[in-house]
Design a protein around this ligand. Structure first.
Ligand SMILES: Nc1ncnc2c1ncn2[C@@H]1O[C@H](COP(=O)(O)OP(=O)(O)O)[C@@H](O)[C@H]1O
Ligand SMILES: [Mg+2]
Length: 362
């Protein structure tokens, strides 16, 4: 983040379509120069929120302020913003150069200025050599970059991307994510993007808002949201997680114990709550270690039976049955070429650090 100055203020925005409350009282500040991702599953209201920022949808209640100016009642074309849609629809009959120049021509930008801006954009997205090609002669990733160049040519102050990479296959998508971030950061434009893909949000965004049913559940850096989810939904939606229900059986300033049918979880820090409170313990699969022998120490270790495993190249994912019949997911990095094999049906110890868990109260 270049500065922490608030650039876009979303102030108690709601949108109702008939009986559907698509966006439910969202307030959010977005900083100048940051890439911000709205993350959530299909239908949670991401596009509706973005479309209200762009002016394509009128909020039922609430205001949108850009750089301190209330833009809620401005039509889209009077807002210093540009939106790039999921189907980035380049004009098929125009070559790359003309596609990028389109918006500038329409705005009556002078010829010299227009030439200069298009050349700058071609250089920015590294497509100088492709200026005369038509869109169908480009790969999906290149088309994506033309669409971005076209969006940036008008020098919007806010760039909005709705599922920008949805049309690309996995490998190309990962590569294009990095390219887009580099270009956006180079230009310095503030960017709000929408995605249902948590990896995409984690890779591209400075901050993420996790959305569900029109509401923001948590806003934070990718690291925050992953390491300190504030509720079960976020813990489960962002990454893989084991969730165990229990109740607080020991409540101290520097540690708590959560009693559950699985084991007594010893959590090495205090929580806001009280003795006897029902909670869930969230434990990421990669924070669990496996060993054949009983580990040292007297807590956070359970003997379990290997039920199933899958090899993913860089890591192996295990599913183990706990004494009470529940399962725990464990992922282990394949750091060595000679992994010590664990066989299905074998008993192993799953264990983890006192600070590996997050205690969730909602
Ligand atoms: N123009 C509309 N008319 C009626 N309902 C709509 C309209 N646009 C979106 N919705 C509804 O609002 C909810 C949120 O949709 P949307 O914002 O497109 O979700 P997302 O982008 O997260 O998939 C959905 O239930 C959707 O059916
Ligand atoms: Mg959408």
């Amino acid at each position: 983040m270049t500065t922490s100055k608030i650039f876009l203020q979303i102030d108690h925005i709601s949108k109702r379509f008939g009986y559907t409350l698509a966006v439910d009282n969202v307030s959010l500040d977005i900083y100048r120069g940051e890439i911000f991702a709205l993350l959530g599953s299909s239908g949670c209201g991401k596009s509706t929120l973005l479309r209200m920022l762009a002016g394509f949808e009128t909020p039922t209640t609430g205001r949108v302020l850009l750089d301190g100016q209330d833009v809620t009642d401005l039509p889209p074309y009077e807002r210093p913003m540009n939106m790039m849609f999921q189907s980035y629809a380049l004009f098929p009959h125009m070559n790359v150069w003309d596609n990028i120049a389109f918006g500038l021509r329409r705005d009556g930008v002078s010829k010299d200025e227009l030439n200069q801006r298009v050349e700058d954009m071609l250089q920015l997205v590294q497509l100088q050599k492709f200026a005369k090609r038509s869109p169908h002669q480009l790969s999906g990733g290149q088309q994506q970059r033309v669409a971005l160049a076209r969006s940036l040519a008008k020098r919007p102050q806010l760039l909005m991307l709705d599922e920008p990479l949805g049309a690309l296959d996995k490998k190309l998508r990962e590569q294009t994510q990095v390219e887009l971030v580099n270009i956006i950061k180079q230009v310095g434009v503030t960017c709000v993007m929408v995605t249902h893909d948590q990896d995409e949000a984690m890779t591209m965004a400075d901050r993420i808002a996790v959305m569900s049913e029109g509401r923001l559940l948590q806003v934070g850096t990718p690291n925050d949201v992953y390491e300190n989810p504030n509720c079960r939904f976020v813990a489960d939606f962002v990454g893989n997680v084991n969730l165990f229900d229990g109740e607080v059986s020991e409540y101290e300033a520097d540690h708590v114990v959560v009693h559950s049918p699985v084991c007594d979880f010893y959590v090495g820090h205090g929580i806001t709550g009280s003795l006897g409170m029902p909670v869930s313990v969230a434990l990421r699969p990669e924070k669990v270690l496996l060993s054949k022998d009983k580990p040292e120490g007297d807590h956070n270790a359970v003997a379990c039976v290997l039920k199933d495993w899958s090899y993913f190249g860089s890591f192996t994912s295990y599913s183990l049955r706990l004494p009470n019949g529940q399962h725990i997911k464990v992922s282990v990095t394949n750091a060595d070429r000679d992994q010590e094999a664990i066989e299905e049906g074998q008993t192993v110890w799953a264990h983890w650090q006192d600070n590996a868990m997050v205690v969730l109260t909602q």
